[in-house]
Design a protein around this ligand. Structure first.
Ligand code: P6P
Length: 351
């Protein structure tokens, strides 16, 4: 590896901060702290399979420490990396029902961070990739120390968003609105090194669709029609798509970010708003997708425009290559067949 490639995430953040003379460094420190937490989580995810072998069984491990489920551990690591810094006015986590205030003993700041500490954690037993997702907003309330209102903001208000994918390697991908950048953890030195500068979602992207087809019978007729088209079942698609579904949002999204394609978690008759969470799953990934040239939709409207009403509200999600998400929107808006030919011309042309 030549020295010119050794751009650590810290250096990348500092150089980005220098573009804003008025920057105080608070925002940069939040990103460092999240990167630090990611390293801690990566270490435990890597050892998850050894829990029993290393004696991490039951409630107490060999060091006499209480053993936590990995998603609880990930939550605590992120919370403790951020709670004392004086940069935040509060947090929200998939693991906690309510707004998380900054402990009274610590000063507060002008940002809030929402996160899913370990998305897909049920897959860990099978050694499937899992991830952390985070979203950063500015404080907007006039509450002296911060309140839930600071977390209940639409996606377009985010000042940063990112995720960590704990896979064959550990990668941190983030955007502050100036491109999407990927960093790969070099475990031997404990540093995230810039490996994927300025990521762009290919469009036309690879013809890959990603959805849990086990829910087919619960979908609307338009959703079924869309997937039938993508698979070539209705005879109008000259180049049927490939299906890929890991069942771990961050891993499925990361593939789409790099290769193109579309991930879907539709609404269905049991989950009218789908399964995925808006504030700390769909919205941060939508910010990344859009700044990488992609698109993120509920199927009928832009994810980043949704005005949230509650911390854990859910949303349907269609995200990935812009051309493919647009086709999904046309299927979901129209009745199959009515004007579909025009809508499908781009794909029919095999783009
Ligand atoms: P299903 C994992 O539990 C998760 O929250 C996401 O990471 C993933 O995309 C989705 O649920 C998978 O859900 O219903 O297809 O198993």
């Amino acid at each position: 590896m030549t020295s010119k490639s050794l751009v650590t995430i810290e250096r990348h953040i500092i150089e980005a901060e220098r573009q804003f003379p008025e920057a105080t460094g608070a925002f940069s420190n939040i990103l460092y702290d999240i990167a630090f937490a990611a390293k801690m989580i990566a270490r435990e995810v890597r050892r998850a399979g050894l829990a029993d072998v290393l004696g991490y069984t039951g409630e107490v491990n060999v060091q006499g420490e209480e053993v936590k489920k990995l998603d609880e551990y990930a939550h605590e690591v992120i919370f403790k990396a951020l709670d004392h810094t004086g940069h935040l006015c509060g947090m929200a986590s998939e693991e906690v029902a309510d707004f998380i205030p900054i402990p009274d003993r610590f000063p507060t700041g002008k940002y809030c961070v929402l996160f899913d500490p370990l998305d897909g954690s049920s897959n860990i037993e099978a050694n499937v990739s899992v991830g952390t997702i985070f979203s950063v907003h500015r404080k907007v309330s006039d509450h002296p120390r911060g309140c839930a209102q600071d977390c209940l903001q639409p996606g377009y208000s985010q000042v940063a968003a990112g995720y960590v994918v704990y896979g064959s390697s550990t990668m941190l991908v983030y955007t502050t609105g100036n491109g999407v950048h990927g960093f790969t953890l070099e475990p031997s030195i404990g540093e995230f090194l810039l490996s994927h500068p300025d990521i762009r979602i290919p469009s036309p992207g690879q013809r890959i669709f990603s959805v849990n087809e086990g829910n087919y019978m619960k979908w609307s007729s338009q959703q079924r029609g869309l997937v039938d088209y993508l698979k070539g079942l209705d005879g109008t698609n000259p180049k049927p798509f490939s299906a890929r579904y890991i069942g771990s949002l961050v891993a499925d999204f990361h593939r789409n970010l790099l290769y193109g394609g579309m991930f879907m978690y539709p609404a269905d008759d049991k989950n009218p708003n789908g399964k995925l969470r808006l504030l700390y799953e769909a919205a941060p990934l939508a910010m990344i997708a859009e700044h990488a040239g992609g698109r993120a939709s509920t199927g009928t409207s832009r994810i980043m425009d949704i005005e949230p009403r509650s911390l854990h509200e859910r949303t349907p999600l269609y995200i990935g290559s812009a051309d493919q998400v647009e086709i999904a929107e046309r299927f979901l808006a129209g009745t199959p067949g009515a004007g579909m030919e025009a809508a499908l011309e781009p794909l029919a042309a095999g783009v």
